[in-house]
Write a protein that binds this ligand. Structure first.
Ligand SMILES: [Zn+2]
Length: 161
């Protein structure tokens, strides 16, 4: 999808935000893309100035206000894929506070896996539980063998003159 620019709500004429999560200032003759700061909480923010005063605001909020209708006046902006710095309009939605927790749930596979990463069937006889996680016995065996082989190899290398 192409990048679309719209005025920042509350800063019309001074700033624009794009559907890809970029913010630009229109205050000079040439528009300037603003630097986005990553906050300790993982969200990206920009500083917007009005009447000489700076206001630090989350990029996700600006994008949502400009691109996503909020008829129910929901208070929070959610990241659909749970990645806080992906501020494309298509990744954002308005929600209540609880939605963020729900999204995290949705983004965590809840369906029990039937196969491991290397496609061994996770069936009885090939699995055991280690600290609450299902472990593929075939992979574990291979891992142990590989690490033993590595150690052996290191020993040989070590003894070369
Ligand atoms: Zn496996």
């Amino acid at each position: 999808m192409g990048e679309e620019w719209r005025p920042v709500v509350g800063h019309e004429g001074d700033y624009e935000v794009s559907s890809h999560g970029r913010v630009r200032s229109l205050k000079r003759s040439e528009s300037v893309i603003l630097r986005r700061l990553r906050r300790p909480n993982g969200y990206l923010a920009v500083s917007l100035y009005r009447n000489g005063r700076a206001r630090r605001i989350g990029v996700h909020r600006i994008v949502a206000e400009a691109f996503i209708p909020n008829p129910d006046d929901l208070p929070f902006v959610r990241h659909k894929n749970d990645v806080k710095y992906e501020n494309h309009a298509s990744n954002l939605a308005w929600g209540t506070g609880g939605d963020n927790a729900i999204d995290r749930e949705l983004n965590t596979p809840k369906v029990p896996r039937t196969h491991c990463k290397r496609n061994h069937p996770l069936i009885e006889g090939n699995t055991y539980i280690d600290r609450g996680t299902i472990v593929c016995a075939t992979c574990k065996k291979a891992q142990v063998a590989a690490s033993a082989a590595r150690k052996k190899e290191n020993r040989i290398v070590d003894h070369r003159p």
